[in-house]
Design a protein around this ligand. Structure first.
Ligand code: SF4
Length: 327
């Protein structure tokens, strides 16, 4: 089967002790059955430590009082890797922050924005796709291959439109939003000739105050998020926040959202909601980036925090997908 990823996929390497927001803190990390069996059979004092740090009923690591994985040592390095090797990490630790999606004999994958190192790479790297052959895996097949090919070609057009710096990003977002309606109509009418994206000259410009108020109604995952958004909202004075300093980061983030989510439409029939998720996310990030020092380091931390609040919560993703917006 084909494995398709953004070309920067292999650039990602966990920065471990240099990470400011380590993903081994603050989450319950589940252990898959195969790894659990291995851990239960490790000999010696490290085997004993493993067994005393695992919850067997609900296979997972028992975090310490500060919410740290019990194997994250004081230098923020992983004692499992240090003692029994990286090859013995459980699936979650091995894969994070990678995500995968299967479409028949095509598997797509990337690295998620919720990791600060992945976020740096996503924001700063030009987008192109790479493909390689991998052994077959168990997979779901799209019911309608015509629809799949249609969505794949439409996605290519969206990538090109977002990458074209001659089209101001806010205009591109509006036109792609309209394109979502056109695609939905085409699918409804079973017309699988792929339309072009039309330039309208209009800007994607929902009411910023309303969007920020909406953001505050969502499920909050970290205690810092709500006060941060409130202070950002209070500081908004009607400025134009799509600025050239952060344009590249925003375009790359928009493409990340399209690559990661848009093809899911082949399974759930939703097209516009995935465009909504991309456009609203980019709109919010444009505002938050504008309020920062515009550096890659700061913008990637903001994007990472946004992703952890939104992409880690199915409820929040659904709320943004279905936010009714018309401009
Ligand atoms: S968030 Fe990313 S860079 Fe940081 S520890 Fe986790 S995988 Fe590594």
């Amino acid at each position: 089967m084909i494995f398709r990823t953004p070309s920067y996929y292999d650039q990602f390497h966990c920065i471990a002790d240099r990470c400011k927001d380590n993903c081994c803190i603050g989450w319950e990390i589940d252990i898959d059955d195969i790894t659990l069996k291995k851990y239960l059979s490790v000999k010696g004092s490290f085997g004993e430590r493993l067994r005393s740090s695992i919850s067997i009923e609900n296979p997972s690591f028992i975090p310490d009082v500060k919410g740290r994985c019990p194997f994250l040592n004081k230098d923020n390095l992983c004692d499992i890797i240090l003692n029994i090797g990286e090859e013995n990490l459980c699936d979650i630790c091995n894969n994070h922050p990678r995500y995968f999606e299967w479409f028949g004999d095509v598997k797509e994958g990337g690295t998620g924005l919720s990791c600060e190192e992945a976020s740096r790479i996503i924001l700063s790297s030009s987008f192109s796709l790479s493909e390689k052959e991998i052994p077959d895996e168990e997979t779901e097949y799209p019911d309608d291959e015509n629809l799949f090919d249609f969505l794949l070609s439409a996605r290519e057009k969206i990538f090109s439109y977002l990458s074209d710096e001659n089209i101001p990003l806010q205009n591109a977002l509006y036109d792609i939003y309209e394109y979502g309606y056109t695609l939905e109509e085409a699918v409804f009418g079973k017309d699988f000739s792929v339309p072009e994206i039309k330039s309208s000259g209009k800007k994607f410009s929902p009411d910023t105050d309303e969007i920020l108020s909406f953001l505050l109604t969502l499920e909050k995952l970290s205690p810092e998020w709500e006060p941060y958004i409130i202070s950002m909202k209070e500081s908004y004075k009607g400025e134009d926040f799509f600025i050239k300093e952060t344009d590249k980061y925003l375009r790359n983030t928009a493409i990340y959202f399209v690559f990661r989510y848009f093809l899911k439409s082949v399974y759930d029939g939703e097209i516009l909601p995935y465009i909504n998720l991309m456009a609203i996310s980019v709109f919010i990030l444009a505002f938050l980036f504008y309020k920062s020092d515009h550096s890659l380091e700061t913008c990637s931390q903001i994007a990472k925090n946004f992703s952890k609040e939104i992409e880690y919560s199915e409820e929040n993703v659904e709320a943004i997908k279905n936010l009714l917006t018309y401009f």
